[in-house]
Design a protein around this ligand. Structure first.
Ligand code: SF4
Length: 330
């Protein structure tokens, strides 16, 4: 099925509405997409560090596009993504380098970045550690998006005892000195060109995984407004992370459960972190069946205490995720 940019716009206006964009914002979105334009979409370089690829899978679950091809080649010009792109090896590497040379792209980082062993716990290709890659590709990016809990704050990879020295994108870039780092194993190409310090806005989209709307909505906002969305103190878009899970939970005010599986009972006594976790999961939910329709469920509605996966202290500060008797009192 061939889709036009008008189709993209229709789909994206749903996201825009979710972002609270009014008609003026939608018009900006229309202009940004340029219905008469035949140029490709927003250039994206997507780097995977220490990740389970769950955030990439979540992106592919976006229902705002009839086909994922459409999202990746029309709205986004996904120049490099190690697990989605058809190209491999040197061809894929060359695509990333070409996008880097052109500049003016969105750098998306998925996964934490290991700093132990000179970054060699994770290499994205020969001679290029994830650590070096993040610094290098951030230097010519217009925007940087940390997709998921690991890229945003270290996440599971950065949990105690953190044997690989995993860090967030922000922490890696904070170490940027504007020159080649003695702890980096860089390729010959890197030796020839020293990347400058990064200056692009960094948007954190924590969650384990990140919600597909949070990625697509953030990119739609950037396209529509030519700037990063409003962010909270932790670098998260306020459109998605302004209020606590607890504040909109359908179980708010119900009696507290004493064990899992009791039904429509508040899970606070079992360790629910909803009161200190900021995300719009209760209203947005997950696994939407159709564009413009809330998802079908989310962790608490499925009977699990919120584990606080959108917070900087996840997972160590949110542990234990659950306390109390097991289902059935065992
Ligand atoms: Fe708050 Fe969790 Fe209870 Fe919901 S289940 S009302 S998020 S403490």
């Amino acid at each position: 099925m061939d889709l036009t940019r008008r189709d993209i716009l229709k789909a994206s206006t749903v996201v825009a509405a979710g972002l609270g964009l009014q008609s003026a914002g939608v018009l900006k979105l229309e202009r940004a997409f340029g219905l008469e334009s035949t140029a490709g979409g927003l250039s994206v370089i997507w780097i995977q560090g220490q990740s389970c690829s769950g955030c990439s899978v979540s992106l592919l679950n976006s229902i705002y596009y009839d086909t994922i091809d459409h999202l990746l080649t029309s709205t986004l010009d996904l120049n490099y993504h190690p697990t989605i792109m058809a190209a491999a090896g040197r061809t894929a590497q060359a695509a990333a380098q070409a996008a880097y040379a052109r500049g003016n792209y969105v750098l998306v980082v998925e996964g934490a970045i290991p700093t132990g062993a000179n970054g060699n716990y994770c290499t994205i290709w020969d001679g290029m550690t994830a650590q070096t890659a993040v610094r290098r590709y951030a230097s010519r990016a217009s925007y940087i998006v940390a997709a998921g809990a690991c890229a945003s704050f270290g996440g599971m990879a950065g949990g105690s005892p953190n044997p690989t020295g995993a860090k967030s994108v922000k922490a890696i870039l904070a170490q940027q000195t504007g020159g080649r780092h003695s702890d980096d194993h860089e390729s010959d190409e890197d030796h020839a060109s020293t990347p400058p310090a990064f200056s692009a806005p960094l948007v954190n989209l924590p969650g384990c995984p990140v919600h597909p709307d949070w990625i697509v909505g953030t990119i739609a906002y950037i396209l529509a407004n030519g700037k990063a969305p409003s962010l909270d103190a932790n670098g998260r878009p306020t459109d998605f992370y302004a209020e606590t899970v607890h504040s909109h939970c359908p179980l708010l005010g119900s009696v507290e459960a004493t064990t899992l599986g009791e039904g429509f009972h508040c899970l606070r006594g079992l360790g629910c972190h909803g009161p200190t976790t900021y995300a719009d999961c209760p209203s947005r939910k997950w696994n939407s069946p159709a564009a413009g329709t809330p998802g079908v469920s989310w962790c608490v509605l499925a009977g699990s205490p919120c584990i606080g996966c959108t917070e900087p202290t996840f997972p160590d500060g949110m542990s234990p995720f659950y306390f109390g008797p097991r289902v059935g009192g065992a």
